[in-house]
Design a protein around this ligand. Structure first.
Ligand code: HEC
Length: 260
């Protein structure tokens, strides 16, 4: 006796659904497009708005992120590391560009962007014998700690600056690299013919004047030879004056030592 063939499309009686599936789901399905209780299952308008906001956010960041660099808005540019985003500028052009930014942000306010100075405020740097020197002993000092007193430029005193005073710029300009860059810019712009200033030179001068608390007097800096650190050769007259300036007992001791 063989079992009758089962018709699987009709579940056996004990498995049969007591309810009609179609009727059960009708409430969930609702009308196409409106969904249950009148809510739309997908609002095209909101979807487009979200996509639009993500797009706007992305383009806003790519325009205004400042490359996510904390120093992006600093007036004084941080030296970018070698091999960075500097492009194809050679090292000297990079230094000059950095120096120009510092100059414009700080020195140019008084000495003018074209280096020609401002009447009653600051003397010119263009063609100045304070700038076109072989050594930078005077320049580094006056930038670090400022300068005061009547000043002659190229042996003239036509610069009538009531204040006769440049405030210290060391803190504003900052690192040895920054000072070297701004001086390199000043010495090689507007027809000036000074050599490049190396950060190591600035470092050495900074160390030599570390104890300095006050502005330099013009007369004080004029004692420093323009060529740099080499001591000036004294004429016998100057030597005599210097010796006369020594305290009596020191002078006596020195003369005794020399005439032994
Ligand atoms: C607040 C105004 C002011 C600022 C800022 C300033 N200077 Fe001066 N600078 C002066 C004045 C004023 C003198 C003349 C001082 C005197 O009469 O003793 C002077 C003198 C000089 C001199 C020597 C004279 C000459 O004209 O060659 C040099 C070099 C110089 N400044 C460079 C700089 C550099 C570089 C900076 C920027 C790092 C700078 N100064 C920022 C006011 C300023």
């Amino acid at each position: 006796m063989s079992e009758p063939l089962r018709n699987y499309s009709v579940p056996p009686a004990h498995l049969a659904e007591p309810h009609d599936v179609g009727t059960l789901h009708a409430g969930l399905l609702g009308d196409p497009g409106t969904g249950p209780r009148g809510f739309s299952s997908f609002n095209l308008g909101l979807g487009l708005l979200a996509v639009g906001m993500v797009f706007w956010g992305g383009s806003y960041l790519s325009h205004f992120s400042g490359r996510f660099d904390g120093n992006e808005f600093s007036e004084i540019p941080a030296p970018r590391s070698a091999g960075g985003s500097g492009g194809s500028l050679d090292p000297d052009a990079k230094v000059k560009k950095q120096g120009k930014q510092i100059y414009t942000a700080i020195c140019g306010l008084c000495h003018n962007d074209d280096g020609l100075g401002k009447d009653g405020i600051a003397p010119p740097l263009v063609g100045s014998d304070w700038v076109n020197t072989e050594g930078v002993e005077r320049m580094v000092r006056l930038v670090l700690h400022g300068l005061q007193g009547p000043i002659k430029i190229n042996a003239t005193t036509t610069f009538n600056i009531p204040a006769q005073s440049m405030p210290p710029q060391g803190d504003a300009v900052g690192s040895d690299e920054n000072i070297a860059a701004v001086l390199t810019y000043v010495r090689s712009s507007w027809g000036n013919k000074g050599s490049v200033v190396k950060p190591e030179v600035v470092k050495a001068i900074r160390a030599a004047v570390a104890d300095r608390k006050t502005q330099w007097a013009v007369a004080e800096l004029e004692q420093i030879p323009e060529g740099g650190g080499a001591p000036a050769v004294l004429t016998p007259e100057q030597l005599k004056e210097r010796l006369k300036a020594l305290p009596a007992d020191e002078l006596k001791a020195l003369l005794q030592e020399l005439t032994k």
